[in-house]
Design a binder for this molecule. Structure first.
Ligand code: CMP
Length: 148
């Protein structure tokens, strides 16, 4: 059974054509299907809305400014256990953890700081649905699962 997740390439890497193409190759090799792909520039307002759950965190401001600082690539990915597997492929959020624990992960290879960690992935099925709706208004996730 294929599951959907939202994978974002953050502004840190989205204009780096070599990094974008290398990461896409790794994704394809790991048996994901690209269901939708969109190049998009978030406004500060939109970034604030997307990361509303982190509103009270100390890194909220730097996060929303960083996410609206340039274009992003949004992807709907499909795979068995896509949510869990994509998070594993990305590696830990925090840069020191990527260095010590997962140096071969994508964030380990491309991440710069805890905020500029290059990639995003949904953390639950419920959030994947919300996040996919957020960026792909015309994509009917229920219809997709109904046909799956
Ligand atoms: P993301 O998966 O997009 O979800 C929340 C984001 O907040 C995370 O990736 C990082 O970019 C950022 N973030 C999480 N923890 C920290 C932290 N301790 N310091 C700075 N930024 C963080």
């Amino acid at each position: 059974k294929l599951q959907l997740t939202l994978a974002i390439f953050k502004p840190d890497i989205s204009l780096n054509e070599r990094a974008v193409s290398e990461i896409r190759k790794i994704i394809l090799k790991d048996n994901y299907l690209f269901v939708r792909t969109k190049f998009h520039k978030m406004t500060l307002e939109k970034a604030k809305e997307f990361y509303k759950v982190h509103e009270k965190k100390f890194f909220y401001n730097r996060l929303v400014y960083s996410m609206s600082s340039g274009p992003i690539w949004c992807h709907i990915l499909a795979r068995e256990n896509a949510i869990k597997e994509w998070r594993k492929l990305m590696g830990p959020t925090k840069v020191f953890k990527t260095i010590y624990d997962e140096p071969q992960s994508l964030r380990g290879n491309y991440g710069v700081t805890d905020t500029r960690n290059t990639l995003h992935g949904s953390d639950s099925d419920e959030n994947a649905r919300t996040e996919i709706d957020f960026f792909f208004e015309d994509f009917d996730i229920n219809k997709w699962y109904a046909n799956e």
